[in-house]
Design a protein around this ligand. Sequence first.
Ligand code: FES
Length: 107
Amino acid sequence: MKKDGVTIHFRQADGTVRTGIGSTGSVMELAVSIGVAGIEGQCGGCVSCGTCHVHVPDDWLTRTGKAEVFEIDLLEFEPEFQPNSRLSCQIMIEGALDGLTVDVPRR
Ligand code: FES
């Protein structure tokens, strides 16, 4: 049976996983829509809050892309900043991301 969208898993800071299926918009918007703990998206994707911070597994960074300089400028203030950090509001849902699992840092 054909799926309706792209499946993305969110491993929350307590180790539990929430899964969403989306087709448009950003990974942050999908996370907020399914109530992922630790992703608030306070600024709505304007790159001013950092409340959409996720860690992307290294082997998926070729598909999501690494953080741009404007993202790093904000992420650097996050206590859990790592080389694989991204603002999930800047990752747009597309077919290549089907099956992605991101880690949500403790806030
Ligand atoms: Fe505010 Fe991503 S939602 S920086």
